[in-house]
Design a protein around this ligand. Structure first.
Ligand code: SF4
Length: 232
């Protein structure tokens, strides 16, 4: 595949070539391989927002589909320059169908306001779209099943900056097992997009001592985002 000036798109096209079956329709004009009975010549066609949302809302790929109240697809500005990624819906998110609406979400709103950002200016999503029972940590199988939906969201948004909120988001996207303390404070290149790591707001509610580090992170996020978006 020839490299273009859009590394995010190049990455996902490469993923589509490798894995094909997740969020890509085969084109209507596909040909049947009469010898094998299979399909040949399929060119991946990326799902648009509506198709993707329908796919996720109907998803039954893992057992969380049986225990969720509803899918939490993601919310915010689909043209946002800043994409925030958390772990998974909690109880309130599962009930309301929106990400970050519980106490952690209220804290996130206050943090965003402190760096002059509102929800309408960012997009917020999670690694998992369904709530794990009792808010347990997502399993690697659940992440593997659900991550392609997030990857397609990233491709559609094409953010200038990605912020991983917490260890699950960071380790999943960066493919590392490093602890959060060592991951924060750096800017990573995520297929051409700057990516930074900070604490999940729920961790800040549990441990007040982390707030000063999170505040440092968000001040850096504000600077980076301003530089990326060219705002004053
Ligand atoms: S968590 Fe993701 S993969 Fe599992 S059922 Fe929900 S949408 Fe599907």
């Amino acid at each position: 595949m020839r490299a273009s000036d859009n590394p995010v798109r190049d990455f996902f096209l490469q993923q589509a070539e490798l894995f094909t079956d997740e969020f890509y329709f085969e084109p209507p004009a596909r040909q049947t391989d009469t010898e094998t009975g299979g399909l040949t010549g399929a060119v991946p066609e990326p799902l648009d927002w509506e198709e993707l949302e329908t796919r996720v809302r109907d998803c039954q790929k893992c057992a969380l589909a049986r225990t969720r109240t509803q899918v939490v697809f993601g919310a915010g500005n689909r043209n946002a320059g800043l994409l925030l990624i958390g772990e998974a819906p909690g109880q309130q998110e599962d009930l309301q169908g929106e990400p970050f609406v519980g106490r952690a979400g209220q804290l996130l709103d206050r943090i965003l306001a402190a760096i002059q950002l509102g929800r309408q200016e960012v997009y917020i999503a999670n690694i998992l779209k369904c709530r794990p029972p009792n808010n347990r940590t997502p399993s690697s199988a659940e992440i593997e099943n659900c991550e392609p939906y997030l990857l397609r969201q990233i491709e559609l948004i094409q953010p200038a900056l990605i912020v991983c909120l917490g260890l699950t988001a960071a380790q999943t996207l960066l493919r590392v097992e490093t602890n959060l303390r060592d991951l924060r404070g750096n800017v990573y290149n995520y297929h051409g997009v700057d990516l930074v790591v900070t604490y999940h707001p729920a961790a800040l509610l549990r441990n007040m001592g982390l707030k000063k580090y999170a505040w440092e992170d968000f001040q850096n996020i504000q600077k980076l985002y301003k530089a990326k978006s060219g705002s004053q």
